[in-house]
Design a protein around this ligand. Structure first.
Ligand code: SAM
Length: 334
């Protein structure tokens, strides 16, 4: 049976191979093969449309491949499967893991595109939601470029928040946005919601606000890096910026990704949202009251200014801590 692969002219082989590795699409269990003019690179599945944007001059087809000798898995190397995540070319683990040094070396060996392994010495803390790190293995740095759905984000993990774990969530929010919508991203960080939307949804404008000057610096760089010209970057407190007359009632969508205390910003979100616009509210809630408490707070904020809400969706995004969940609630505001 043929194996899914990309067929690519030899001169484009290497950039495509690298792109496939970065998107974790290369099937490394098979040997790449060629004819006179082309490489045939085995893949684990056909890329989605966003991923296809990272490939150059490729065709998708099935082809026969020889098996590589089975490469050792991380579990083979370590004897157990470690917890880690990869952001750009940096892998993150917990610094207090007793096996941190072994895990660091194994991750460098196992992930060819990882150059640095950092150990987190703190949880995500403070107003700016950042963590502290120590170097575990590889190159000593905290800045990297992460690729997600055809966008690139420069981020210094010690200075600004970023997690790839919300990538599916960001794509889901993107699916709500229509061409010519105005979006206000109240807690934009380095821009993963704002830039994805600006690049893929043809909005009229995205207003991207963040209070952390370092995050805003990366956000500005990411706007340039991704060649988007419809993002207005605002450095400041979302509650203060929402008072600006020019933002009153402009938003078709308001994104409130500050789950620990988004409720403190609900009056501002209601000020920003158009009649019929939608607020995407994130919270951290207990399993005994996943949604109702937050919906009550949103409803109360709307009522304070004589407006009503209709709940359009409510979901758990991910587990946050024992019995606690990161939830998203979507409401339309009349
Ligand atoms: N949306 C981004 C993402 O998905 O990567 C960042 C989310 S992070 C959980 C929350 C962000 O809100 C941080 O970048 C933090 O600096 C910012 N922030 C915290 N308080 C703020 C405030 N009062 N006004 C504006 N931004 C704030």
């Amino acid at each position: 049976m043929g194996i899914n692969c990309v067929k690519v002219p030899k001169r484009y082989g290497e950039p495509n191979r690298r792109a496939l590795i970065e998107m974790e699409l290369l099937d490394s269990s098979k040997k790449i093969t060629s004819d006179a003019d082309h490489l045939f690179i085995p893949i684990v599945r056909e890329p989605n449309d966003a991923e296809k944007g990272n490939l150059v001059d490729v065709e998708f087809l099935e082809h026969e491949f020889e098996e590589h000798e089975k490469a050792p898995t991380l579990e083979d190397l370590l004897g157990f499967m470690p917890h880690y995540e990869v952001i750009g070319d940096i892998a993150l683990i917990e610094a207090d893991d007793p096996d941190a040094d072994r895990i660091g070396e194994a991750l460098l060996k196992f992930h060819p595109h990882v150059n640095t392994v950092l150990g987190a010495t703190s949880p995500v803390v403070g107003e700016f939601r950042v963590r502290e790190f120590v170097l575990v293995a590889g190159v000593n740095k905290t800045e990297t470029i992460h690729k997600e759905y055809g966008c690139r984000y420069i981020v210094d993990l010690a200075k600004a928040y970023f997690t790839p774990r919300l990538s599916t969530e960001r794509e889901r929010i993107l699916s709500w946005i229509k061409p010519d919508d105005v979006v206000v991203d109240m807690f934009a960080g380095v821009g993963p919601y704002s830039i994805l939307i600006a690049k893929k949804a043809s909005p009229k404008k995205v207003v991207a606000i963040d209070k952390n000057p370092a995050a805003v610096e990366f956000l500005r760089r990411n706007v340039v890096l991704n060649s988007v010209d419809n993002v207005e970057v605002v450095e400041g407190d979302a509650n203060v910026e929402a008072e600006a007359q020019r933002f009153a009632g402009i938003a078709d969508h308001v994104i409130m990704n500050l789950p620990h205390n988004a409720y403190d910003f609900l009056d501002s979100a209601v000020k920003l949202i158009k009649t019929g616009g939608m607020i995407h509210y994130y919270g951290i809630t207990h399993e005994d009251n996943l949604f109702d408490g937050s919906i009550g707070l949103i409803e109360a904020a709307a009522k304070r200014v004589g407006r009503q809400i209709e709940v359009m969706g409510k979901r758990t995004v991910r587990s946050y801590a024992p019995h606690q969940y990161n939830v998203c609630i979507e409401v339309r505001v009349a």
